[in-house]
Design a protein around this ligand. Sequence first.
Ligand code: ATP
Length: 463
Amino acid sequence: MKNEDNLLDKIVSLCKRRGFIYPGSSIYGGFAGTYDLGPYGVMLRRNLVDEWKRAIEEEDSIAFIESSIFTSRKVWEASGHVSGFSDPLVVCNSCHTKQRADHLLESIGAFADEKMTEKKINEVFDAHRKELTCTICGKKDFGKVRAKNLLATSTLGVFEEDDQEVYLRAETAQGIYINFKNVFDVGSYEIPFGIAQIGKVFRNEISPRQFLFRMREFEQMEMQYFVRPKDAPAAYARWKQKRFEYYPTLGIKKEKLRLKQHDNLVFYAKDAWDIQYEFPFGWNELEGLHYRGDYDLSQHQKFSGADAGVYDEETKERYIPHVVETSVGVERTMLMVLCDAYSEDEMNGEKRVVLRFHPRIAPIKTAVFPLLRNKPQLVEKAQEVYRMLRQNPAFGGAVRFDDNGNIGKRYRRQDEIGTPFCVTVDFDSLEKDDVTVRDRDTGKQERIDVKSLTLHIKEELTK
Ligand code: ATP
């Protein structure tokens, strides 16, 4: 059932129902391309961010920074975003909808690239015009292709007449490049080393779609690794492999992941690959892995006049480090883990939906229930067990107490949140000081002494 068209709809509705993700500004009818995280969304995000950080700095020297969202316009001029960060759009003369020219061309197998100049893509479009059909109304009547810049703008100023248009950052990477020398000059980091940051970015995406896949406001986790030019190809190969091998450690199915080299490189890129995931709507980019040469640092040196070079003790020469970049969206990662974890099965003759999250990323690790909510001794004992687990640093507070509805309903709720273990306190527990622990995936229940419960669950979570 995984590739059914409505899988995405089911995930969207589960996310809303269970408090993971809500459409942005939903009580006002929504605001396209934005989503709000609910309590379990925040916990899932935290786990994914923590895992990313852990993996990124596992064996390398990495400095974490946080650069600002408002940035000087010059940053985006130097980076090439002002002149080149655009989507090629065409308007259908019949139904007046705006569509991506590169996507239309790709749909008939014609070569197209969002990085092409406006002139070039118009030439290609004209050559295929007769074959191109509007995806909405089916007519073959498009206007000229126009490049639409994706930088989101805002204004800053005291009075309206002083207002200055400013760009919101479109990627976190530029904040890293412009701070490279600041970090390097501290003296604690030597080439090779990486600078990483996690933060919000904004893009005026023309057609935000596919839930969290294409948003207008989202979060990136990016790492720029600075190396000597001669060491760059090996560093790139290593990071490519490392990042590809990372996702199965989050429990992602290997057959749903692949590495794909870019067919066309932007002029400065030395090599570029994507890690792709097979989403319900097809194989698509999850993470970008780019060998960018010295382009970014050189551009900022050229535009700002600030020296980006470093001294090589070996060759006694100055050089501009080369950059290997890994870049992935938090929400796109979330969408992948949700799609990968979603499953429907039958347990004890009842249909259920279950998110089979790897325990490390599951928002809630354990839920604790009293068998009956109207029996004070059971509630008291369950509260005691709940506090014991919740206060243990190993669970990071990711333990829930639930006495709402009957046990079956509570299991269904926790299955849909992806909670690996449910602990129930029943009448026997009062006598024997033990509880039942139920496994999310198998439904198997076993009795465990309260005094060994923490260790038992800790071991199960790290299996
Ligand atoms: P795409 O080709 O999908 O537009 P891109 O090549 O523009 O992506 P990058 O600019 O390299 O993407 O961004 C790095 C990562 O940020 C992507 O791999 C993806 O995980 C995430 N990302 C990019 N655009 C969006 C978006 N609009 N919504 C959510 N995540 C995004």
